[in-house]
Design a protein around this ligand. Structure first.
Ligand SMILES: Cc1cc2nc3c(=O)[nH]c(=O)nc-3n(C[C@H](O)[C@H](O)[C@H](O)COP(=O)(O)OP(=O)(O)OC[C@H]3O[C@@H](n4cnc5c(N)ncnc54)[C@H](O)[C@@H]3O)c2cc1C
Length: 375
């Protein structure tokens, strides 16, 4: 940063996106203050799944997830045990011939994007994951996908931010964002820039943002080490994530470093109702047993829900918010915010610094929300 005076940045929200933005800005020389109303209790990051995954719902999504995965790989040597990073890869499983054709198309697309994959025939699939149903048609292994424990990874990012001078003020709820500042209960804090990184709550501070809470259930089993070795996802998950229907479930399981199996996932549009929906949970677990019959024998010890910050076009909102001087947005990451937190932070920091980002930032500009309203 030029000049003698270091400029002030406020990041609102200490979920994984806010933590990553704070770290990137602090590394760039900003004097960063992170304001969090209640750290480690209420954010989506503390209830997500932590699958670091390349996704190809759109070319823009592929670009951002691939870019972010590379940054996770670069960060890996500096991550400590709290992040529980496991480079287990993803297995996308196909039930029949038509899904197998879709898997091959996915493999070809990933090859053009230099994403390493390998098609497994039924025998290789059984060897890779013995508890999967034997009559599956095959799978695509995406070698460089990983999993992390999101709250642990967030603590690491916050440590990095603090190492570069950032300060986390916990228990501080922002009531409003004003030009070059924020209003708290009893004072106004001024800064050159403010980043709204409040996930699904972002529209409460910036009302025009088109972010909707999209509820998801997860269930975790007791410890069964080596029960599964990859993040395993049914190909139909893509449809479940893409279509904004009122509810859907898909098979999606993850091995945890504790030996537990994390089972997902569901999607519902029910506002902020956080209650467990027993019917959806039953369908989700049934779907998992449909692919992995022995899952039904495992003891599920805890279930919970969380709210993905969903946008209508399935892309996050990253960039300057013109109507309020000094305001930048980093929110709306739906079910990919753990994966894309690092890419988001770099994209934001590059734009703020006036550097040319490595991937095109235009599709992620939050200003498209206003363009949609006025078109
Ligand atoms: C069931 C489920 C499974 C998921 N699985 C995955 C996955 O496998 N891979 C993946 O990449 N993503 C996954 N996600 C998505 C991911 O968890 C989210 O996209 C990500 O956590 C969003 O992070 P965030 O920092 O934007 O928001 P949050 O983590 O919600 O952080 C926002 C923070 O802002 C704070 N805040 C809000 N309002 C204020 C205010 N006024 N003042 C101060 N602080 C405020 C909140 O307390 C919170 O801590 C999943 C999500 C769910 C629900």
């Amino acid at each position: 940063m030029n000049g003698a005076r270091r400029s002030d940045a406020i990041v609102v929200g200490a979920g994984i996106v806010g933590a990553a933005c704070a770290a990137a800005l602090a590394r760039d020389g900003w004097r960063v203050t992170i304001l969090e109303r209640s750290f480690a209790s209420s954010g989506t990051t503390s209830v997500g799944m932590g699958h670091l995954v390349v996704m190809d719902d759109s070319p823009e999504q592929l670009a951002l997830t691939k870019y972010s995965l590379r940054q996770w790989r670069e960060l890996t040597p500096t991550l400590d045990r709290r992040a529980e990073l496991d480079a287990c890869g993803t297995l996308w499983v196909a039930e029949d011939e038509s899904q197998l054709a879709a898997l091959r198309a996915k493999r070809d697309l990933y090859a053009t994007a230099d994403v390493a994959t390998e098609v497994l025939d039924p025998r290789a699939l059984s060897e890779a994951e013995p508890h999967l149903r034997r009559d599956l048609a095959g799978a695509l292994r995406v070698t460089n996908d990983s999993v992390v424990y999101p709250p642990g990874a967030t603590l690491g990012l916050l440590d990095d931010a603090r190492k570069h001078g950032a300060v986390l003020r916990d228990g501080i709820g922002v009531e409003a964002i004003v030009p070059n500042g924020v209003r708290l209960a009893s004072e106004v804090l001024r800064a050159d820039i403010v980043v709204n990184a409040t996930g699904p709550w972002a529209p409460r501070l910036t009302p025009a943002l088109p972010i909707t809470p999209r509820k998801g259930h997860l269930a975790i089993t007791d410890r069964y080490p080596t029960f599964c070795r990859h993040q395993i996802v049914e190909l139909g998950y893509l449809t479940s994530a893409h279509v904004m229907t009122s509810e859907s479930v898909a098979f999606n399981i993850q091995p945890r470093s504790t030996g537990q199996v994390l089972i997902g996932s569901s999607r519902e549009l029910v506002g902020w109702d956080a209650q467990i929906n027993r019917e959806i949970l039953r369908r989700m677990l049934q779907r998992a047993s449909h692919f992995m019959p022995r899952l039904g024998d495992l003891s599920v010890i805890r279930c919970w829900t969380g709210f993905r910050p969903a946008t209508p076009d399935k892309l996050p909102l990253i960039g300057r918010w013109d109507p309020i001087p000094g305001l930048w947005i980093a929110a709306g990451h739906e079910g990919l915010g753990i994966t894309t937190s690092l890419g988001t932070a770099q994209l934001l920091a590059d734009q703020i610094a006036g550097r040319v980002p490595e991937i095109d930032p235009a599709p992620f500009s939050p200003m498209r929300a206003l363009a949609a309203v006025h078109s």
